[in-house]
Design a protein around this ligand. Structure first.
Ligand code: GAL
Length: 697
């Protein structure tokens, strides 16, 4: 699929760090001056100074402003913007301006418009109306990218390239003719022969055998279930196609500005199913992420932590850029409520606590017109005399005070395995239940560990698991032999490994592993399942056993399992079709243990089980904190003097409405609090909804 390549002369070592021009943490947002007259743009500079802004994403949606008619270019406003920002000491993450094609392009080339699986064309008029694989679109996008790079290659404000924007956000799957061509090409590269494709897709079934790659289509709307492996491969292909687009633009930038780092803003969240970001990460010079909280979710801070930890996992533990979040309300949820007092600071510093070295927003100034005019920004419609503006200035001060945490890293001894192919595969149609949602399980386990105060890394199944004492695999449906062996080795080495229902079921082609479920993990767990018994909507069963706190309720999934002689039953079903059969099991493996959780436990049951597992693995929190108070630590990378621990920063985020105290006689907290400058010795009190950051050592 790839055409352009990174130039041979390219040396990754010559890429300067994205934050080379910043003294501490990055602070800013998307800046769209093309929406405003010049007097407002001049006021922007004053306000940016007042807030301490030092980093802005510019020109994300500027293609039609720069090139209103084909070949007619207006750079003046962008030249002035770049110069003025530089004059104000602000660094720029400059976009390729390709996030939305200008109207003339889709009029002249309607063939670049993307399509849904039923053939519906996604027209121009919103944004992102392009087929990511279309060669004509690619040519125009590369031309725009080249122009941007050539024009600003030596501009002193240019710190980072921001390729396109949230690639795949609105059109994660395109079913256009261009996509079909690219899919066939991708399949040729993957399988070489059509016979290999037939084997992988199991086309002996339903007369689906292909005589030629030319006969293959994307999984379009069909009379009944499309071939599952075709669907799975189309998911893989689509993620790769979106990445290929990024890579093509990046390589163009690298040809012209080999020293400037390149990234694109990911959407590593619990609902971004389209892109396998673990496979994207190696292509980014720094990982950047966008996250928005859901106003209706009372536990939105847990969802935020989840996204931040997933981003850090994708970044391989390196610090990352929070490229977008909101100062207050968004405009795209059913009811868009403003944030509560303190929430802006708490959200921002929660990202920093979990590894962000930059806090940025969509957007700098709230629009007057267009679809996002009711979306909050750093400068609200009501102007400067607002709580929101004072909060933005306060955040700027806080980030300045925290500058020294830049570059430090979060450490964790617990990991949750996240796997996009398992997400895609486990939710395919024609399965034991349509009610299974992969991310519900991942989030349930994440939440249980969060409530236990455990800082959790999110890793791929093939990741190096050596540093982890607790490894959880929620619904890891599809595994390769190598990844299954990697997980088993972690248990051998001493970790507590936990596998949940509908894991290890199929190989990479979605072929069932025979001999009893959970296939790839059967021997590791000492469990053999004969059949699945998914529960009906609203149906529950009771589960009894000390490991789940005595008794718990379960729903969604049960299965008829047997345990091997060397495995123990830790909890069993009390009622239902499978009464007395195992629900939770444990087997000693090498220096560690392998647990199986064959059902979906309710929250209390899962919390109790998580407590059992955290205790067995010895990964409990260093500091005890009341419920709803989050404690996360970042550690300096710098080598400490002999015999000393490195400097660290303990972030305490109080998500409750009561003031909270952290630190006990047995585990005192001592150091300097950076937001107030106070010396803390023994205990630290954090006001309701507040944040404190303690430098230790
Ligand atoms: C993001 C996008 C921004 C803006 C924002 C609103 O998905 O990158 O351009 O639309 O959402 O929340």
């Amino acid at each position: 699929m790839r055409r352009r390549t990174t130039p041979e002369s390219f040396d990754p070592a010559q890429v300067r760090p994205w934050n080379a021009g910043l003294a501490g943490l990055g602070f800013g947002g998307d800046y769209n001056p093309e929406q405003w007259p010049d007097d407002v743009r001049l006021e922007d500079l004053e306000l940016m100074r007042e807030a301490g802004v030092n980093l802005l994403s510019v020109a994300i949606f500027s293609w039609a402003t720069i090139e209103p008619r084909e070949g007619e270019l207006d750079w003046a406003w962008l030249d002035t913007t770049m110069d003025r920002l530089h004059g104000a000491g602000i660094q720029v993450a400059l976009a390729t301006a390709t996030a939305s094609p200008p109207p003339w392009l889709t009029r002249e080339h309607p063939e670049i418009l993307p399509r849904l699986a039923d053939g519906t064309v996604l027209h121009q008029g919103g944004r992102q109306s392009y087929a990511v694989t279309h060669p004509v679109h690619r040519e125009y996008a590369l031309r725009m990218t080249t122009r941007m790079a050539e024009r600003y290659r030596d501009h002193p404000a240019l710190a980072l390239w921001h390729v396109d924007n949230e690639i795949g956000c609105h059109v994660p799957r395109d079913y256009s003719a261009a996509a079909a061509d690219a899919f066939r090409q991708w399949l040729r590269e993957r399988y070489t022969t059509v016979d290999a494709l037939n084997d992988a897709w199991g086309t002996a079934f339903w007369s689906q055998r292909y005589g030629s790659f030319d006969d293959v289509l994307p999984p379009l709307v069909a009379p009944t279930y499309a071939n599952p492996t075709q669907q799975l491969d189309f998911d893989r292909f689509s993620s790769d196609a979106l990445l290929d687009y990024y890579r093509d633009l990046r390589d163009t930038l690298r040809q012209i500005t080999p020293h400037v780092p390149v990234t694109t803003n990911l959407m590593a969240t619990s609902h971004t199913k389209g892109m396998d970001y673990f496979s994207w990460a190696p292509e980014l010079d720094v990982v950047a992420n966008d996250h928005y909280t859901a106003a209706a979710d009372p536990e939105r801070h847990v969802d935020l932590a989840f996204s931040a930890d997933l981003t850090r996992g994708i970044a391989g533990g390196d610090p990352w850029i929070l490229m977008e979040h909101s100062t207050s309300a968004v405009n795209w949820q059913p009811r868009n409520r403003a944030k509560l007092p303190g929430e802006l600071l708490r959200n921002s510093l929660q990202h920093v606590a979990r590894g962000a070295d930059s806090v940025m927003f969509f957007q700098w100034r709230q629009s007057r017109a267009g679809a996002e005019k009711y979306h909050s920004a750093m400068v609200p419609h009501a102007g400067r005399d607002t709580d929101l503006w004072r909060d933005v200035v306060g955040l700027g001060d806080a980030l300045e005070a925290l500058g020294e945490v830049r570059g430090s890293r979060v450490r964790s001894r617990a990991a949750i395995v996240v796997d996009w192919p398992s997400w895609w595969g486990s939710e395919l149609d024609s399965h034991p239940t349509q009610a299974l949602r992969y991310m519900d399980q991942v989030q349930a386990w994440y939440g249980a560990l969060w409530r236990r105060g455990v800082t959790t890394d999110m890793v791929s199944p093939g990741a190096d698991l050596d540093g982890y004492d607790l490894v959880v695999l929620p619904t890891t449906y599809l595994v390769t032999d190598a990844d299954a062996a990697n997980v088993a080795a972690a248990a051998q080495r001493g970790a507590t490994v936990v596998v949940t229902y509908f894991s290890g079921i199929v190989d990479e082609h979605d072929h069932v592993r025979l001999g009893g479920y959970p296939g790839a993990f059967r021997d590791l767990l000492g469990v053999r399942t004969e059949e699945f018994y998914p529960l009906q909507d609203g149906e529950t069963v009771h589960v009894v056993g000390e490991a789940v706190g005595g008794a718990a309720t379960a729903d969604l999934w049960t299965e008829k399992s047997h345990v091997a002689d060397d495995a123990e039953v830790m909890a069993s079903y009390q009622d239902g079709a499978l009464a007395d059969r195992p629900a939770v099991t444990r087997r000693a493996v090498g220096q560690g243990h392998a647990w199986y959780v064959a059902t979906r436990l309710d929250r209390e049951g899962l919390d109790d089980l998580a407590g059992t597992l955290v205790a067995e693995a010895g990964v409990g929190p260093e500091f005890s904190a009341p419920a709803g108070v989050e404690v996360v630590r970042r550690w300096s990378d710098a080598a400490p003097p002999a015999g000393q621990e490195p400097t660290s920063w303990v972030f305490v985020l109080n998500h409750t409405e009561e003031s909270a105290t952290v630190g006990t006689e047995a585990a005192p907290v001592t150091g300097t609090e950076l937001l107030t400058g106070e010396r803390v010795s023994g205990t630290l009190t954090v006001p309701a909804g507040g944040v404190r950051v303690l430098r230790v050592g």
